[in-house]
Design a protein around this ligand. Structure first.
Ligand SMILES: [Cu+2]
Length: 155
């Protein structure tokens, strides 16, 4: 009788012991989680000059404006981008379907191939004010001729 109870106690203890690391892990995860989230929960708005992450236009450490552009048959998204005369800008280009491309002599955009699922970058500095229609530079299908990115160059 007594022996059986001891066994029971021992088994319960060993069960508890075997759970202990799990509890500790869970506790550690909770603590880590709390630490991970604390700075975000109390985060102040981004300081002036640092745009919100949700915007497609960001300024990199080198102070070059970056614009994300997605290419797909037969459009660029966004369709229109606005850049500033004399300010370098980097386009980060990706394709959702087939290979596309971008090039424009007036804007100084070097011929850049845009591959599906890859990021290509091209940096240029617009020298002239105006609205430029930049055509896809890689034949991509029946609508290729109408596939263009509008670039507005403002002061
Ligand atoms: Cu094309």
């Amino acid at each position: 009788m007594g022996r059986r109870r001891d066994d029971l106690v021992e088994r319960s203890l060993s069960t508890l012991m075997s759970f202990k690391p799990t509890y500790m892990l869970a506790a550690a995860a909770l603590i880590a989680g709390a630490f991970a989230f604390t700075p975000h929960a109390g985060a102040a708005p981004a300081p002036p000059g640092i745009p919100d992450d949700s915007m497609s236009t960001v300024v990199s450490a080198h102070n070059v404006r970056t614009i994300d552009v997605t290419a797909y048959r037969y459009s660029f998204e966004p369709e229109t981008i606005t850049v500033h005369e004399g300010e370098p800008v980097t386009l980060v280009l990706t394709s959702k379907d087939v290979t596309h491309g971008i090039a424009d002599a007036d804007l100084g955009i070097a011929n850049t191939v845009i591959l599906k699922g890859k990021k290509s970058t091209v940096t240029f500095t617009p020298k002239k004010l105006g609205t430029f229609k930049v055509h896809c530079s890689v034949f991509c299908g029946i609508g290729h001729g109408n596939m263009m990115l509008t670039v507005k160059v403002i002061k």
